[in-house]
Structures are given as structure tokens and as C-alpha cells.
Design a protein. Structure first.
Lengths: 530, 288, 368
């Protein structure tokens, strides 16, 4: 074989390798420059996508909220991270009737859609009626609400029952006002046969500070400044690119200057971040909780009240908080600490190992063993439920409770959860709107109550309290009522609130105005530059 | 041919790579058996500081829950290696049997088996495995089943090719003429001659099986937590780029195991009788 | 992840000589046409089989697509769930659903993804080129490097170079792709800062005008050179990670193919005639050895298309693998079916192309 000359092969190969590396190097260097610096003003925001559509009538996913917040204006809105007070949006003022059923909104004069036409009361009526008729994810926001036009600049919303939360619901980006004419021209209607989604995923039809340039549910969304926008604060950046990037990569990107904002870093990941990056951390409004099924057909163990007590006392909440990192808090009830009606932190449960063991003994269950179901691929504000479940398993083992972990893809597990088939479950509730009435779902016979096998009639007194709170008006009274509900929930309910993880937003030093809002995560249009 | 292989084996074992692979594989087998004795910590105990870098007391660092990575890597061997062996054995049995039947009986048996094999080949492996794992729930046992579904056809093809070559050889035909039943002929005349190449294929496949299983676990479709499993450990390492030890060590474990079995299989393949190697064409090579 | 299964397809019974039955004259006179027809029909049947298997499997999964695709609130509302099921035809019996799917398939309609709310065909239209670009780059690099390595190893049989290349190629097929991807990304992007970040191009660029869907080609066609270089840069690292396995595979394969050819009489004869080493190598050895190598390369390419999921998840590459993963885990039935179909068809096409190529390169196959 030696007769074949092969000397040139290795040389050629190394050339290929060198060329490959060189190419990588050149283009690598090229791509990192010029995104934020310079006059073009492009802002790159990295987030892990949960996005299905940009159609406000249909979207209710976190990333959809970020996008639609920039594209559409709502009647009312919130300022920054303050969700305790609705402020004017497209409506410059509003009045609520004494019985809490009628909300009258007066539209701001001069508001214009991106095509230059004026925003009218007809657009508002069309948009809201469309949300109701589509029977999509956000439809429940306007359950029992009738929308009517009073005059050219006034709209009246009448609710079937007293609805004190409505002003807190209206800022939801899913209730963004669309240009009725444009949407109708593209197959839209306020009926179930509406076909405008395709159009609304290719272009926006709103009056928000940005317009939609490109939209892909899997890669990136590009927003361009809307020159016709005439709201209060003009947007800073000409172009905003929202990219779908997993959290660990977000960190590298923002460190490298490849992006300017990273939305989903965990506390572990932001630790030791320097180099001129700003980290803003605070407790998120997502409440992670443990549910123990009360249906004896599902599990006679978890349905045992003493067993529930043993779990409640057996969990080391502080130990869980170390996983959530700095900024995470333990909510004392199911209502997050930053909402009206939250229980004071002093009432939060603590670990009582002896008490837990005593309760376990009193339960009469010899070798308690439960299966804990949870969505293994779900992270809440970056915190993996997987990690949390493993820690809970270890903690309850110390009490003498044998927990079998049963992770499943969200799809499969959500089905078990929804049908109340989990013995024990680890889930979270993110607020649909920042009002305590959103948390009445945890009561017996209600949405989440049923998922824990807690049927109507299980606690009639609690049910009555809930019904009263739902229709009460006046912040002070409501606060007392919701506190009472939660105290009772903690005493005898199947839910154990565990944690509001820390919500960390990392941004380049040049970016100003970062504020975490529980409804839309971040208002990218409000970001400034220095 | 069987004798031939056996005679050639020792020489194959003497190759440096084979020795190397053999030693590493043997080392891992020891770890599988003696993990509890070797591991410095309980692999499930969450009592160390979280995310500590490698150092005294925890040579491979600790993970996001304060568990010792070294102990978890050692215990991880108990998941990956036996399951890979089981998987290969099952593929060998199922694929071999089906392939032998297809090759020996021909006609509709051959057609049926090979068309099903074609179907599996035409189907995206990972997706099939993902759907199977999703359907049955994520667990290593189900991952094995999922990989089994896509792994057997390779063996079926090789066996079929070999058996078809042997079917008309004189010693088989004379056996049949002497009145041996098909089953007897298959067992006595055909099987021994097919076994050698199949075992080589299987050795090479242990590596691939380990890779596929850990890949599924990496995607969250394999090992059930809190079990220490290498693929799942690398996956949790991806969440913490800075804590490189979380992903690097379990990845190295996978690499060494796969490499060891590939070294072994490679040497064994070279030891195969060249004519056998030609009979099955380049299949072994491709399967590697 | 499965060049193994793909590669093993390359043998057994595929290259049967065309039977000379008393069929239509054209087909008898043109064995290639007959062969193509037969293969196309088989491929179509197999593709149909793929849809059926996917359909049955995805319906066996104990989850409800409605639950996966509606919010926590909405799944508690029977009216919304009913609306969803009706909209996606999930309220019909399974056989009817499958029949409907097939009916639509004939009209080129793959249904609408429940996740992206877009036609599956549109989704695939962006995902497939992304993966094609990645797999294509990987296979080209692998072919160049792998064949060169293999030839060198064969010529230097049992010497140090051969041993070294043996170790290198075995390393290549042994390293877990997802781990290598992680390592490469961490080192080259983060530590050394020489590779660009995730995705297909830098965010400040808009994708080039869509012609082929391959960003590099489209950017070049449009003359957008900064975009082109950005796309090439983003392509490099994930493609190189993918080459590890295929280079290993092709090196080993080329080596044994070349060795086998070197032992053939005609090669010995050529050398005995005193032909120069290079002439023998290129005209006799490589030409013959290339046939099986191309087979494997083609099949490895087909396998790469579905096997990139692990690499895509780390590099945030919006390709078929990422789409498949998302679809499978969210029980997005039409999307999973679409992916299965595409991979099946690509796989069968590659197979067919390899067979035809086989005949073109190696006259012996035609003579048979």
C-alpha cells in the first residue's frame, strides 16, 4: 500500500478545519456588534416562548401577553409594576355603579390605529364582543358581561352579577382593542366563525406603540415602532426583536451583549452576574402549591385530614425557598403576597416536624405512600417543578411519608389535574387578573377545588364566604373577607401554598424602565435607553 | 466458522484498543456491582451545599439540590449499563428470531417481516421513541421499550442476510434431506454460524443503546427522578452553564462506556472471518 | 441520532435485479423505469403506513390535546373545550378522523397545528429548510473529512495513522451529541467568544427573502453578504457538532470499502501494470469504493433530518427536530403526523436517490 502517496491529505484536511474555525470566528465577531449601540435602536429581548397566537381575542399565553401589550391598547391599564390601581388607557376615565354591575368608560379623544383611522366606540364594542364570541382562552375574562355603545365616545359594560374586579380585568392585553374595519376586511367577525387570526398573526390592527413586522411562534417576533401612536409615552426603540431562547442560553446571550434583556433567568443563574448588567428581582405573582386530593376514590390517604395536616407541617418551606433563590417568598395563603387580600407573612405555615409526625400518627395510616404528579417540563419563573418535587419528596421522607414522583409531560399531566385524578399534585396558579376574586377558584366545587377532588358542599361555610366576597365592593371589606377565606382554606383545605418564585429580569446597563408586571410580564414599549 | 471466530478471538483481545476498551468496560461493570461501596455519599441525599464546585468531600461537585455528583455518576452506571445490556439482548433475541425466520422460510414470512422493518426504518427514530415514551409515561423501562421498537430491525436484517446465505449451503441442505425439521436445522446448523457476527453487532450496539437511552432521558422521556441517570444529569447541567461539573462528568461517563464497548466491538469485528464479513456486507460497519 | 437504523437499511435485497415479467413493454424495456415505479409505489405505501402508525400512537397517548392547548382556566369550561374539539375535528370517531386526514392529505392539506394555529405545511415550510441547511452542511463536511480520513486509514493500514484515525472515528461515534453540543456552545460561544449565539442569524438582521428557505443560499442570492456571513457563522458550530458522528461513521466505512477494493484483482492488475499510485487510487479504488460510501452518507443524511432534535434544542435552531419535539410533547396531532410524513418521505426519497446513484456510478449494478 505504501506506493500510494498520501502526504497531501492531512494537509488538505487541516486546511478545511482551519477555514471552518476562521469562518466561525469572523461571523461570531460580526454578529455581536451593532444591535443596541448605534442610532438604529434595536432592542433584543430573549425569553422562553409560550406563544400560540398574536390575535388578542385568542391569546392568553405569557409571551402572547408581552407581544399584544405592545401592539394593542386596552381600555384601562396599569402603571409599571403597580397592579393595585387601574389607570386610563384608551378610556380616559370610568365610573362604576354602586352595585358593581355597570362600568361606564369614556374614550380618549384622538387615539388612532396604526392605519391612521380613529379608535371609536364601535371598535371597542366589536373587539370585546369578539373575545366573548370566540370562546377562546381569554373569553372567561368577560363572562356575563354585555358590552354596549352609549354614544360615539362612551361604552357601557354591564355584568350579570356584581363585578368589582372588572376594572382590574380590562387591562389584560387579551382585551386589546382592534381596528374593527381592518379585522372584518380579513374575515373577522364577533362570532364563532371569525377567521381573522391568520391576518392578525401576520400584521397587527391596533393602536399600540408598536406594529407587528414578523411573527413566528417558535423563533422570534419582530415589532416596529408605530409612527401613528399618540399615547402618553412615545416608545424609544425603532425595532424590538423578541426571541425564543432557553434560559441558560439567555444568560450567555445577555452576558455577551447578544441581547439586551433576558426575562427567564433563575436565581441560580443570575448569581454573580456582573459586567454592567442590571438584575431586578422580586417575588413573582405565580403561586406554586401542593394539592392533596380529597376524593377517597382517588386516594384514601390524601383525603385524610390528619394526613393533610402532617404534610402541611412536614414541609420545610424555608428549604424550598433556597431553590427559588433570593427574592422568592412564601405566600401565607393562595393569594400572592403583592395582591389585595393577601394574608400577612406572619401567618405563613412553618415546619413542625414533631407536629407532623404526631398528625401522621393520628391519621391512623400505617405506611403512608402517595404519588405526586407534576408537569416535568414546566418551569415557573425559571424554577423547574421537577427540582421542587424532588426536594419535597426528600422532606416528606423525613416525616415518614413515602412520596413516589410521577412526572409527565404537561399535556398528559394537565389532563390528570383537570380531571381531579392526581393523588397529590404540584402546580401553580398565575393570576389572570390582579384581583383576589381570581382566587375563588380554589374553593370547594370551583375550578381548582374540583381538581383536588374538593366537591361542592365539602365546606358550605367557605362557599358562602366566597360568594359574599365575590360581590362585595370596597377594598377594606374585601380584604378582610379574603383573609378570612384563606385562613379557613389553610385550616381545612386541600391546598398547601409553597412559594412565589423570584422573578429575575436581567438587562444591559443601557436599558431603562424595566418593571415586572404580573399580567403582561414586561411592557417592552415602556423600555427606554440611556 | 464458529471455531474460526473463537480461535481468532484471543488475538483480537490482544489489540491495545481492545485491551483498553475491555479494561474500561470491566471497570464500569465493577462500578455497577459495587456502586454502594464506592460512592462516598447517598446519591439521593440533599445534604451538601447546593451547586458547590468540585473539591474535597465532593470531587465532582454537587448539583442543584445539593447531591453529590460523583455518587450520582457512580450510581448512574447501575441504570444505564444494565438497561443497555438488556436492550441489546432483547433486540438480539427479537430481531434475530424474526430475521432468521424471514431468511429461512422466505416468501410471505420474509415479505411481512421485512416490510415491517422498512416501516420502522422509514419512521423517525427519535420521534417514534418520543411518542412511545409519552404514551406509556416517562420511565427508563418504557424508554427501553421505545428504543426496542426501533432497534430490532437491524438485527433482523443482518440475521436474514446471513441465514439466506446459509440456507442453500450444502451442510444445511443435507441436514434437511436427512429429515431434520426446519426448527432443528435452524437451531443446529444455522444458529451457530450466525451467532458470532450477531454478537459482534451486539457489542457495537451496546454503545448505541446507551447513547439512545441517555438521549431520551436528556429529553425528559427516560429516567424517573430522583433516580441518578446520566442523560438526565446532563440535562440538568444544561440549566447551569457555569456549573460545568453538573453536565461534564455524567457526559464523560456516557462517553467512556460507549467508547469502551465500541473499542471492543471494533476489535471483535476485525477478528471476524473475512468471508462472513463479506456475507453480511458492510452491515456491521454501518451499524457502528 | 439514528444513522444506525438508517444506515442498516442500505443492504439486503434492495438491489434485486429487475424481474423480467411479461409486463408492459415500456417497463420491460426500461428496467430503471420499472424499478423506479416499483420503488415509488412501495414508498407511497410506506408513507401511508407511517401516517397510520403515527395516528394510532398519538391517539394512544393518555392526554387530551385540548388540555395541552388551552389555558388552565379555559380547560375548566366545557363550552370552550367543546369548541376546541369541534374546531380541530376531535369530536369525531377516530376512523373518521383518520379518513378525513387522508382525504385532506390528497389535496395537499396537512391540517392546522394546534400549537402554532398555522397550517402544518406552513410550519414545515420554515422548519424543514432550517434542518436541511444544518444537515446538509454537516453531511458535506463529513463527506470531505470522513472520506479523506478513511482513505488515509486504509492506505496506512495497521500503522500509527490508522490506529489514530480509528480512535478518532470511534470517539466520534461514541460521544453523546447533546453533551458535545453543550460543551461546544459553552466553550466557543461563552468562554472564547468566537462563535455566534443561538438561532440562525443575528437578531439585527431580517431573514433574507425566502427562495429556498436556506438562509445562506437565500442571502447569497439576494446579495446580502452581511446576512450571509451571519448565517454561515450561526451554522458552523451546530453543524460541526453533528459531523462528529457522521465523520466517525464515514471514516470507518470508507476505510473498509477501500480495503476491500484494494484486494480486488483488477486493482492488483492495474498496479502490476505499473500505473502510477494516484491514477490507481482515483480511477480504480475511489470510484469503486465511493458507491457504498455514498449510500451510507445518503442514509446518514436522511437520519440527520430527524436526528437533530438534541442539537437543535441546545442551539435554539428552529428546525424539524425542535418542531417534532414540541409537537410530540404537546400532542399536536396534525403536526406530529406532518413531521412523520416528511421524515418518512425524505428518507424514502434519499433511499431511492441512492439506489439510482448506485446504478450511475457502478456500471456493474446496471449490468445485473
Amino acid at each position: 500500500m505504501s506506493r500510494f502517496s498520501t502526504g497531501s491529505y492531512p494537509a488538505a484536511l487541516s486546511l478545511v478545519a482551519v477555514a471552518a474555525l476562521a469562518l466561525t470566528a469572523c461571523s461570531g465577531a460580526g454578529s455581536t456588534t451593532g444591535s443596541s449601540s448605534g442610532g438604529g435602536k434595536t432592542l433584543v429581548v430573549d425569553t422562553s416562548f409560550n406563544l400560540k397566537t398574536a390575535d388578542p381575542g385568542r391569546e392568553f399565553e405569557p409571551t402572547g401577553q408581552i407581544v399584544d401589550k405592545a401592539l394593542y391598547e386596552t381600555l384601562l391599564t396599569f402603571e409599571g409594576n403597580d397592579v393595585t390601581k387601574p389607570i386610563p388607557g384608551l378610556a380616559s376615565s370610568y365610573e362604576q355603579s354602586a352595585d358593581g354591575r355597570t362600568l361606564t368608560l369614556h374614550l380618549r379623544a384622538g387615539a388612532k390605529f396604526s392605519d391612521g383611522s380613529a379608535v371609536t366606540a364601535d371598535d371597542v364594542v366589536f373587539s370585546l364582543n369578539r373575545v366573548i364570541a370566540l370562546k377562546g382562552n381569554p373569553s372567561f375574562l368577560l363572562d356575563g358581561v354585555t358590552v354596549t355603545k352609549t354614544d360615539a365616545s362612551t361604552v357601557t359594560l354591564v355584568s350579570a352579577k356584581s363585578n368589582p374586579a372588572l376594572p382590574f380585568i380590562l387591562p389584560n392585553p387579551a382585551l386589546g382593542i382592534v381596528n374593527a374595519k381592518t379585522v372584518q376586511a380579513h374575515g373577522g367577525s364577533a362570532t364563532a366563525s371569525d377567521a381573522a387570526e391568520k391576518y392578525l398573526n401576520s400584521a397587527s390592527a391596533g393602536s399600540g406603540p408598536y406594529t407587528l413586522s414578523s411573527f413566528n411562534t417558535n423563533t422570534q417576533v419582530v415589532l416596529t415602532k408605530n409612527p401613528k401612536y399618540n399615547g402618553a409615552a412615545k416608545p424609544t426603540y425603532d425595532k424590538i426583536v423578541i426571541r425564543n431562547v432557553q434560559a441558560p442560553t439567555q444568560k450567555l446571550n445577555v452576558q455577551r451583549g447578544d441581547s439586551q434583556v433576558a426575562l427567564d433567568l433563575t436565581s441560580d443563574q443570575v448569581k454573580g452576574l456582573g459586567g454592567g448588567l442590571k438584575v431586578s428581582s422580586g417575588a413573582s405573582s405565580d403561586v406554586i402549591f401542593l394539592l392533596l386530593n380529597q376524593d377517597t376514590k382517588v386516594s384514601s390517604v390524601t383525603a385524610n385530614a390528619k394526613f393533610v395536616e402532617a404534610v402541611r407541617k412536614g414541609i420545610d418551606y424555608k428549604g424550598l425557598l433556597t431553590l427559588g433563590g433570593a427574592g422568592s417568598v412564601q405566600p401565607a395563603g393562595v393569594i400572592p403576597s403583592n395582591f389585595l387580600g393577601a394574608l400577612p407573612a406572619s401567618q405563613a405555615a412553618g415546619r413542625d416536624l414533631a407536629g407532623a409526625k404526631a398528625a401522621l400518627k393520628a391519621s391512623g395510616i400505617a405506611k403512608p405512600s402517595v404519588t405526586l404528579g407534576y408537569p416535568s417540563d414546566l418551569t415557573v419563573d425559571g424554577l423547574s417543578l421537577q427540582t421542587l418535587a424532588e426536594r419535597i419528596q426528600a422532606q416528606l421522607k423525613e416525616v415518614g411519608i413515602d412520596v413516589t414522583l410521577a412526572p409527565a409531560p404537561t399535556t398528559t399531566e394537565l389532563d390528570n389535574y383537570r380531571n381531579g385524578k392526581e393523588q397529590a399534585g404540584l402546580w401553580y396558579w398565575g393570576p389572570d387578573y390582579p384581583d383576589p376574586s381570581d382566587y375563588l377558584v380554589f374553593l370547594p366545587g370551583n375550578l381548582v377545588g374540583l381538581r383536588a377532588g374538593w366537591k361542592a358542599g365539602a365546606d358550605n361555610e367557605l362557599t358562602a364566604l366566597g360568594e359574599k366576597a365575590a360581590t362585595t365592593i370596597g377594598d377594606d371589606t374585601r380584604k378582610t373577607q379574603y383573609e378570612e377565606i384563606q385562613t379557613r382554606l389553610n385550616a381545612g383545605g386541600p391546598f398547601i401554598p409553597l412559594m412565589q418564585p423570584s422573578r429575575n429580569t436581567v438587562s444591559a446597563a443601557s436599558v431603562t424602565g424595566i418593571a415586572y408586571n404580573p399580567v403582561w410580564t414586561i411592557d417592552v414599549a415602556a423600555l427606554g435607553s440611556k | 466458522m464458529r471455531l474460526n471466530l473463537l480461535r481468532r478471538l484471543p488475538r483480537a483481545w490482544r489489540r491495545p484498543l481492545a485491551v483498553c476498551g475491555g479494561l474500561v468496560a470491566a471497570g464500569w461493570l465493577v462500578v455497577v456491582l459495587a456502586a454502594p461501596l464506592l460512592a462516598p455519599h447517598d446519591p439521593l441525599a440533599q445534604d451538601l451545599p447546593r451547586l458547590a464546585s468540585p473539591g474535597a468531600g465532593h470531587w465532582f461537585g454537587t448539583d442543584e439540590l445539593g447531591r453529590d455528583v460523583l455518587s450520582r455518576v457512580l450510581y448512574g452506571a447501575r441504570m444505564s449499563i444494565p438497561l443497555a445490556l438488556l436492550l441489546v439482548t432483547l433486540s438480539l433475541l427479537i430481531g434475530g428470531l424474526l430475521g432468521a425466520c424471514a431468511g429461512f422460510f422466505g416468501r410471505w414470512v420474509d415479505e411481512t417481516v421485512m416490510r415491517v422493518a422498512d416501516l420502522v426504518f422509514a419512521f423517525p427514530t427519535v420521534i417514534l421513541a418520543m411518542v412511545v415514551a409519552a404514551a406509556l409515561g416517562a420511565s427508563l423501562e418504557n424508554a427501553v421499550l421505545a428504543v426496542l421498537v426501533v432497534a430490532w430491525p437491524s438485527y433482523a436484517r443482518v440475521t436474514r442476510g446471513l441465514v439466506m446465505g446459509l440456507r442453500n449451503r450444502e451442510f444445511v441442505l443435507s441436514g434437511r434431506l436427512l429429515g431434520f425439521s426446519a426448527w432443528h436445522s435452524l437451531r443446529v446448523d444455522v444458529l451457530p454460524n450466525v451467532l458470532g457476527p450477531l454478537l459482534v453487532l451486539a457489542t457495537l450496539d451496546i454503545g448505541t443503546a446507551t447513547l439512545l437511552l441517555s438521549g431520551l432521558s436528556f429529553l425528559g422521556l427516560g429516567a424517573k427522578p430522583p433516580t441518578a441517570e446520566w442523560g438526565a444529569m446532563v440535562a440538568s447541567g444544561t440549566q447551569q452553564f457555569d456549573m460545568w461539573w453538573m453536565g461534564v462528568f455524567p457526559g464523560l461517563a456516557i462517553l467512556t462506556v460507549v467508547l469502551a464497548f465500541n473499542f471492543l466491538g471494533d476489535a471483535l469485528r476485525d477478528a471476524l472471518d473475512p468471508s462472513t464479513a463479506r456475507t453480511i456486507g458492510a452491515e456491521k460497519e454501518r451499524v457502528a | 441520532m439514528s444513522p444506525r437504523s438508517a444506515a442498516s437499511e442500505a443492504t439486503g435485497g434492495r438491489l434485486r435485479p429487475p424481474a423480467r415479467g411479461p409486463r408492459a413493454g415500456l417497463l420491460r424495456r426500461h428496467p430503471l423505469a420499472r424499478f423506479l415505479l416499483r420503488r415509488t409505489l412501495t414508498a407511497a405505501l410506506l408513507a401511508l403506513g407511517v401516517t397510520l402508525v403515527t395516528f394510532v400512537l398519538t391517539n394512544l397517548v393518555p392526554g387530551d390535546p385540548a388540555a395541552a392547548n388551552l389555558g388552565q382556566r379555559a380547560i375548566g369550561d366545557p363550552a370552550i373545550v367543546a369548541q376546541f374539539r369541534h374546531q380541530h375535528g376531535l369530536d369525531k370517531p377516530l376512523p373518521v378522523q383518520y379518513a378525513t386526514y387522508l382525504g385532506n392529505l390528497f389535496h395537499g392539506d396537512l391540517g392546522e397545528s394546534q400549537q402554532s394555529h398555522q397550517p402544518v405545511l406552513t410550519d414545515l415550510g420554515t422548519a424543514v429548510p432550517a434542518t436541511l441547511e444544518l444537515a446538509g452542511a454537516a453531511i458535506v463536511v463529513s463527506l470531505v473529512v470522513g472520506v479523506a480520513f478513511g482513505v488515509v486509514a486504509a492506505l496506512r493500514r495497521d500503522r500509527f495513522t490508522d490506529q489514530l484515525l480509528r480512535v478518532v472515528s470511534l470517539l466520534g461515534v461514541s460521544v453523546p451529541t447533546f453533551w458535545l453540543a453543550l460543551l461546544a456552545f459553552y466553550l466557543f460561544f461563552y468562554k472564547f467568544g468566537i462563535a455566534p449565539g443561538s438561532g440562525r442569524i443575528a437578531p439585527e438582521f431580517a431573514p433574507p427573502p425566502d427562495v429556498t428557505g436556506l438562509y445562506t443560499v437565500d442571502a447569497a442570492l439576494a446579495g446580502q453578504w452581511p446576512v450571509f456571513w451571519s448565517a454561515v457563522g450561526h451554522l458552523m458550530l451546530p453543524a460541526l457538532v453533528l459531523t462528529a458522528y457522521t465523520v466517525g461513521l464515514l471514516t470507518r466505512f470508507t476505510r473498509s470499502a477501500v480495503l476491500e477494493v484494494l484486494g480486488q484483482d483488477y486493482v492488483r492488475a492495474a498496479r502490476a501494470k505499473g500505473l502510477p499510485g494516484r491514477t490507481v487510487l482515483f480511477h480504480y479504488v475511489l470510484r469503486a469504493a465511493l458507491v457504498p460510501v455514498i449510500t451510507v452518507a445518503g442514509l446518514a443524511f436522511g437520519a440527520l433530518l430527524s436526528g437533530t432534535v438534541l442539537v437543535e434544542s441546545i442551539f435554539a435552531w428552529p428546525g424539524l427536530g425542535a418542531y417534532a419535539y414540541r409537537s410530540a410533547t404537546t400532542l399536536d396531532l396534525p403536526a406530529v403526523m406532518g413531521v412523520g410524513l416528511v421524515v418518512g418521505i425524505v428518507y424514502l426519497t434519499v433511499n431511492l436517490a441512492v439506489d439510482v446513484l448506485y446504478g450511475l456510478i457502478d456500471p456493474r449494478v446496471r449490468v445485473q
